[in-house]
Design a protein around this ligand. Sequence first.
Ligand SMILES: *[C@@H]1O[C@H](CO)[C@@H](O)[C@H](O)[C@H]1NC(C)=O
Length: 495
Amino acid sequence: MICLPPTLRPRWTWRYILGATGATYLLYCFLFASPLFSSRLPQYTGPYAVGAIDLEAPVAEPRRAHDARFKHNDKPAFQVETVLFTIYYPTTQGTISTKPHHLWVPRPLGLVGAGYARFAHISNIVTDSLFTFGLWALVGRTEIPAQVDVPLHGSGSVVSMSVQTPGGTAQSTSTASDGFPVMVFSHGFASSRTQYTQYLGELASRGFVVAALEHRDGSGPGSIIMKRGSEDEDRVMFALRHLQDGSGLDAETFKQAQLDFRQIEIEETVRVLRHINEGKGDQIFAGNPRGEGRELKLWRGRLGIDNATIGGHSFGATLALQTLKDGPSPALPFGGAVVLDPGKSSGRLNDDVRVPALVVHSNSWSRKRSIFFGRPHFDVVKDVVQGIMARGKDAWFLTSLGTSHPSVTDAPVIEPFLLSWTTGSTIDAHEGVRQYVGVSESFLRYQVTGEMTGLLDECVTHPEYDVKAEGRVLSRIFRKYWQIHAAPCSEAKDD
Ligand SMILES: *[C@@H]1O[C@H](CO)[C@@H](O)[C@H](O)[C@H]1NC(C)=O
């Protein structure tokens, strides 16, 4: 018998065959049709240009979500050492950075390729290389069109003001005096901080500061943990099978450990943003091993961090709801939430929500009936939204027609053919993102002003997915793209 090392012995499972087919397909695309299948990310369309800063910051004290350890090196799997996120923010039109654009697939590619191979359960030297090669061939040179490390719009020239009245309460009437509204965004499973750049960059171009996290809870393909004075550490995708026996975790508690790890990362991100807003941006820059953030010292008072928004997609949406439990609090100061396709297999959804929320389902998320802890997932989500309204806060539950689960990510914009073919979305990829941006922008503005505009000013059209309410239609511009399942709109408004 030939003794190959176990990693090289092919296992003829369907996963292996699928993975090999996928890799061959990627190779084919590269050799024959690569330019046809992969598109550039378009420029942002809002009134501001968009800046981007990669920030990694060490936590003051390492914080642990769970004591489980890795098999391969005996290190704790759920210990947060640093937090990594990209800030997308408004900058002045015409600002051009001297630094190169960020790449859509962060380096090293090999780490990311190996991570995706692990997701497919076919990681070995051969498949890792094939995935890496596929990534390089298809999207290796794809750039994020934001300007790297340019000044925040108006920083340096406009001094932010908050007026103290004799009574001692801070008067703030406009967004400007409170700084730009802030959203902290959490990605889904098998994803990373660079997978939602079109959606988040568009929001930045409309006047919002967005922190796009990269979670190191094993749910991303691969990320490097960098800390000044320590060696870089690779954190490739991991699952329960990569942890030592006796961790006491099962499939469900493993996910909860991931969520708790993610929540720590969110809290640390808030802490970093607060420091920046307090004028300590130079310290954050000095501690950032990624070398960006030169101008952060000028961001004092520019961030509306005390009434921020938590956003998330899929696993990240489940997390977004979790962070609202008992909230808001100084550590999790979220006065609103944007919840996109809350997870169907990421554990229970927290329904203790006391702040306004926008919940958006993609079409395929609503259409496919899934049983979730004994009930239809759709009903559970609708109950969460109605529970918020029962507490006297505004909340919306919508379905975005023609879209599929990845429609809000960059993937369909970059690979429109591949994605519409594999996921069944029928909407034009750019239109899909545009619809998500439009409704999210309305919500983020609502959170600051209390004004319901656009889609948020419409009434329930479909109490259930695809089940019409008598005599209810949306305004023409929304009809083709949306169904509204729950909304604060009162009947009287329509008369
Ligand atoms: C956020 O700001 C809005 C508008 O000023 C206000 O109604 C809401 O109570 C604030 N939320 C929190 C949690 O401070």
